[in-house]
Design a protein around this ligand. Structure first.
Ligand SMILES: C[S@@+](CC[C@H](N)C(=O)[O-])C[C@H]1O[C@@H](n2cnc3c(N)ncnc32)[C@H](O)[C@@H]1O
Length: 250
């Protein structure tokens, strides 16, 4: 295993150590039961290191995760439960010889698709891989919250027994394109040998209003059956950063 790969996985796990994946999976299980009970097969888009998938199998689902980062898929495959497949794939362009009851895309993966063609292709791909009346559930950045709160510069510092990480985030908002370009500069210090690695990353994130998602759904053969704040289930407002949409295949 290369040093870079080790560093990346340690950094990723550290960054999201406080994220409550179990609470999210309980929430998603409840949503699936509410809108389409007895569903057992799930296609996950942008499955990352497989944390949701590994918990969802405990609820009785079969999981198939697609993720474009080969490093993330390698991490996911290291501690994989039964009834899970992880594959390296781009969600804007994939073909699996299988159909699913539910498609999930979690932690703002759809917001990574900043241009219309990528969004349309992804929604069409999901449509093609869903069974009749299948559900497509995803969370995205919410336009009224982004415009009202305006993303600010932030610094996050994290440490475990192996590394110390400082991450500066400098967001630049493009209100004409509904995109926030989040520019990260990350310093990772190896606590054993003191070696410092600097990483620069830019994540363009698109934010959405409900009418935009309705239009996208309409154009790709879905209907929006519900939207709510992710996890809290409250009505989306200017305080709501992440909105969860539940679409049904028509
Ligand atoms: C914030 S992470 C979320 C990962 C995982 N869903 C989670 O909740 O931990 C966003 C993920 O989306 C993946 N992603 C973004 N665009 C993608 C694309 N076009 N195809 C496949 N994966 C993509 C990234 O590689 C990254 O792993």
């Amino acid at each position: 295993m290369s040093q870079n790969f080790k560093l990346y996985s340690q950094y990723y796990d550290l960054l999201y150590q406080d994220k409550d994946y179990q609470a999210e999976v309980d929430y998603l299980h409840q949503l699936i039961n509410q809108y389409c009970p007895n569903n057992i097969s799930i296609l996950e888009l942008g499955s990352g290191t497989g944390k949701h998938a590994n918990l969802l199998v405990n609820k009785g689902y079969n999981m198939y995760g697609l993720e474009r980062s080969a490093e993330m898929v390698a991490i996911a495959n290291r501690a994989k439960a039964e009834n899970i497949t992880f594959k390296v794939a781009d969600i804007t362009d994939f073909q699996i010889n299988q159909s699913f009851d539910v498609a999930l895309s979690l932690f703002h993966v759809i917001s990574y698709l900043v241009d219309n063609q990528s969004l349309i292709s992804t929604f069409q791909n999901v449509h093609r891989h869903l069974n009749e009346k299948g559900l497509f559930i995803f969370d995205v950045w919410h336009s009224s919250a982004v415009n009202f709160q305006v993303p600010e510069k932030r610094t996050k510092t994290l440490q475990n027994e192996i590394i110390h990480v400082t991450r500066h985030a400098n967001p630049i908002i493009n209100t004409e394109q509904n995109i926030v370009e989040v520019n990260y500069s990350i310093e990772v210090k190896d606590l054993k040998d003191g070696k410092i690695t600097n990483i620069d990353e830019s994540h363009p994130m698109r934010y959405f209003s409900r009418p935009e998602i309705e239009l996208l759904a309409y154009a790709t053969g879905f209907e929006v059956i519900h939207s709510e704040e992710f996890l809290s289930k409250t009505i989306p407002s200017v305080e709501t950063w992440g909105v969860c949409y539940i679409l049904k295949k028509l």
